[in-house]
Design a protein around this ligand. Structure first.
Ligand code: FAD
Ligand code: SF4
Ligand code: SF4
Length: 397
């Protein structure tokens, strides 16, 4: 793609011509800016180009013959870590917020693209360019909904900023990397989180109402490595619901079509990824993809305790068995779901094998979704690494 200032001409687009990805749009925010001019090339749902962008960003694409590369993308290092003094109210221990604050404090960047919430709704995302540690802290904790993070990109150019950190999920980062050279930056840092099963704000409400005993008081939730959803409530209490007890029949329609068609769970194009699913319970999982990611992690190393990543168990049977169960929308009675949760927690996959379990379960489900709903897109939209992962399993028609 060649980049010129002609992107400014797209300001005149009518609203109804926006979101060319239509129902697959994940509302990444690019189409709210004049960079919509690049949408056909940049949108993750119109033009899958993860290998090319890996090459551009990391100097090589992932090696499909190398098992960790295949699953977790290009990386120099993986480690489990947690802050010795966690940030109160962060999603996990606040490693993401701490890195962003350190980068601002040390003058490595002038601004941080992150997402706060609106004044009247803790889960309604409000993307901002934070310029102070306080503004970064105000963005801590997941807004577990589609968030137009890239909608603030125009402000970057208008402000004259030259050094920027962007925090975001895979679909946002793919579009960002595609237009990176048009942003006129001296240096772009990208801090990613893994992401899966995202929802619209209305979808989130349905999920909370279907699954939690008290939907209105939930301040935070996570699908944890112990095969339970953990809901934290306003009064500090924690409610857990086993994955196998989720009302799959009602929840099938909750996830956004974009997220049912997404294969960038591990945020392949970020410099550094901070999640949890490859780490022991209570720890965060860090994937350093390149030298820039290493530089970012080094800034907070003295705030962390770390341990090597490990892997235990065999996911294959559990994944294979969950494919028809999800497909048919089977919901177990709660007593059976709890029992299954306890058994699988004791003998099931742990560490990196848990991460592979989650990747396999979501890629097989999403492959079926694209095959059934957008068969014309299947060949080009599903990256080769995802096809190779899915091929391990027998799928229904
Ligand atoms: P904090 O310091 O609390 O900072 C969180 C950061 O996330 C903030 O800077 C904020 O800007 C950003 N953010 C919040 N909501 C959004 C959003 N909707 N879009 C983009 N950025 C946002 N990790 C896994 O290992 N497996 C998963 O399946 C998984 N699913 C996720 C799904 C979603 C929708 C999101 C946003 C994250 C997911 N993560 C997942 C990442 C994980 O939940 C934590 O966000 C991550 O470990 C960082 O925790 P922290 O305490 O360091 O973050
Ligand atoms: Fe535009 Fe982003 Fe939606 Fe694609 S996903 S149509 S780039 S807003
Ligand atoms: Fe984007 Fe994929 Fe996350 Fe959906 S699951 S918000 S498409 S990264």
């Amino acid at each position: 793609m060649t980049f010129t200032k002609k992107h400014k001409r797209s300001r005149g687009l009518k609203p109804d011509s926006r979101r060319p990805a239509k129902e697959l749009c994940s509302e990444c925010g690019l189409c709210d800016t004049f960079y919509i001019h690049y949408v056909k090339e940049a949108c993750a749902f119109l033009h899958q180009q993860i290998p090319q962008l890996e090459e551009q960003t990391h100097g090589r694409s992932r090696n499909l013959e190398q098992p960790d590369d295949l699953y977790f993308g290009v990386h120099q290092d993986m480690v489990a870590a947690r802050k010795t003094e966690p940030i109160a109210g962060a999603q996990w221990t606040g490693i993401v917020s701490s890195i962003a604050i350190a980068m601002l404090n040390q003058g490595l960047v002038e601004g941080v693209v992150c997402v706060q919430n609106t004044a009247d709704d803790r889960f309604q995302p409000m993307p901002v360019i934070a310029r102070t540690p306080e503004e970064v802290l105000a963005a801590r904790v997941n807004k577990p909904t589609l968030s137009p993070n890239l909608s603030v990109l125009e402000q970057v150019e208008q402000s004259g900023m030259k050094r920027l950190l962007v925090i975001g999920v895979g679909c946002q980062i793919q579009a960002l990397r595609s237009v990176e050279q048009a942003l006129g930056l001296e240096k772009l840092y990208v801090l990613g989180t893994p992401c899966v099963d995202n929802v619209t704000r209305a979808g989130l409400q349905k999920f909370l109402e279907t699954t939690s005993r008290s939907p209105d008081t939930v301040v935070h939730y996570e699908f944890m490595q112990d095969f339970r959803v953990h809901f934290k409530h306003e009064d500090g209490s924690v409610e857990t619901v086993p994955f196998f007890g989720l009302k799959t029949n009602q929840l099938k329609d909750v996830f956004a079509p974009s997220c049912l068609s997404c294969f960038d769970y591990v945020n392949s194009l970020a410099d550094l990824v901070v999640g949890y699913m490859g780490a022991p319970f209570g720890w965060q999982w860090l994937v350093v993809r390149n030298d820039t990611g290493r530089e970012m992690l080094n800034l907070v190393q003295d705030q962390l305790e770390t341990q090597p990543v490990t892997s235990q168990g065999d996911r294959h049977n559990a994944v294979q068995q969950s494919i028809p169960a999800y497909d048919k929308g089977v919901t177990l009675p709660m007593w059976a779901a709890k029992l299954m949760g306890v058994v699988i927690e004791k003998i099931g996959p742990k560490g990196l094998e848990y991460a592979r379990f989650s990747i396999d379960s979501h890629f097989t489900r999403n492959y079926l979704y694209v095959k059934r709903n957008h068969p014309e897109k299947l060949a080009a939209h599903v990256p080769d690494f995802a096809k190779k992962i899915v091929e391990q399993y027998q799928l229904p028609d």
